[in-house]
Design a protein around this ligand. Structure first.
Ligand code: FES
Ligand code: FES
Length: 151
């Protein structure tokens, strides 16, 4: 049994301690906004925030996040940085196929929370682990800058 704080709600789930958080979110809770890409912490599709920090949920045992604050794509827009990021994403039409974008948005929101005025180098460093097969990287960087300029 795990007791999880997900998007501000406490959720109790009967799962093995070593089940990855991504499996719990998608298969047990039906929260399918967070995506499965590689399953080995290499693509970023599964990114969630744990205590505000971008974290790969595909390799994160659920026991490791008990009592920690988990924010997923379903609720990241309720945070100030997440709202700015989602607005900028829409205004610049960042998304192409969309598959990587939950992870991109969650990672970008974590960056903006930690660093409200990121440089290009800061953005590249923070977003380097989030792969986009459609190559939306230029728009992602522009959107993060637009969100930062929103103040
Ligand atoms: S699915 Fe987790 S990093 Fe690729
Ligand atoms: S928008 Fe298609 S993989 Fe990123």
């Amino acid at each position: 049994m795990a007791s999880l704080n997900i998007n501000g709600e406490t959720r109790n789930v009967a799962v093995p301690d070593d089940m990855p958080l991504l499996w719990v979110l998608r298969d047990v809770m039906g929260m399918t906004g967070t995506k499965f890409g590689c399953g080995i912490a290499q693509c970023g599709a599964c990114t969630v925030q744990v205590d505000g920090v971008a974290t790969r949920s595909c390799v994160l045992p659920v026991a490791a996040v008990q009592g920690r604050r988990i924010t997923t794509i379903e609720a990241v827009g309720a945070t100030p940085a997440g709202r700015k990021i989602q607005n900028a994403w829409q205004s610049l039409d960042v998304v192409q196929c969309g598959y990587c974008q939950s992870g991109q948005v969650v990672a970008a929101a974590a960056l903006l929370t930690a660093n409200p005025n990121p440089t290009d180098a800061d953005i590249d460093a923070a977003m380097a682990g989030n792969i986009c097969r459609c190559g939306t990287y230029v728009r992602i960087r522009a959107a993060i800058k637009q969100a930062a300029n929103e103040g």
